[in-house]
Design a protein around this ligand. Structure first.
Ligand code: GAR
Length: 197
């Protein structure tokens, strides 16, 4: 049975586009919703242009009440009955309660070779550490921030003179290859990790 995928974004949504464009033909999944916590996220228009239903649940009116925000998020998701949630540049921290509800069904892409550099500013941190190799990871989301089982990694070489910006610009196209490759495998029930370089 075709899996129903909801993609959660906060910004430009280039990973969302890569995922959505991959779910065609014999792919075991289809996008059913692109949802943002920011109604102005550029990715929403891109999703609409691809013919994917969109929704936004603005986190700001909820102040610090994460549980109330997530109740609204959950309601928007339940309307489309997704089998899989893909976080794609979704920049809100989710509570353990929400994560538990989607356990085993929620993926995230992170711009580092986890377990290195959980959290933010990953490219700058890899440069500051003098790493020769950097990259991105797709992992299952668990209550531990950026800590769930790894489903795929793609490596890029760090070049002399790299800045956080030039490094990010080389990692992003690898994200666009990695996430669709992992989703295809995951949606077919195969959790063996994908490695790209
Ligand atoms: C991507 O680089 C993604 O790995 C990162 O945000 C960017 C979103 O770009 N995610 C995180 O940092 C999550 N902690 P996009 O909106 O163009 O896909």
């Amino acid at each position: 049975m075709t899996k129903r995928v909801a993609i959660l974004i906060s910004g430009g949504g280039s990973n969302m586009v890569a995922l959505a464009e991959s779910m065609v033909g014999d792919h075991p999944a289809r996008p059913v919703l692109v949802l943002s916590n920011d109604p102005a996220a550029g990715g929403l228009e891109k999703a609409a242009a691809l013919g994917i239903p969109t929704a936004s649940v603005d986190h700001r009116p909820f102040g610090g009440d994460r549980a109330a925000f997530e109740t609204a998020l959950q309601a928007a998701l339940e309307r489309v009955r997704p089998d899989i949630l893909c976080l794609a540049g979704f920049m809100r921290i989710l509570t353990p309660e929400f994560i538990e509800r989607w356990a085993g069904r929620m993926l995230n892409i992170h711009p580092s070779l986890l377990p290195k550099y959980r959290g933010l500013n990953t490219h700058a941190r890899a440069l500051a550490a003098g790493d020769r190799t950097h990259g991105c990871t797709v992992h299952e989301v668990t209550a531990e921030l950026d800590g769930g089982p790894i489903l795929g990694q793609a490596q890029v070489r760090v070049l002399p003179g790299d800045t956080p910006e030039t490094l990010a610009a080389r990692v992003l196209p690898m994200e666009h290859r990695l996430y669709p490759a992992v989703l295809r495998r995951f949606a077919s029930g195969d959790r063996r990790p994908v490695f790209l370089s």
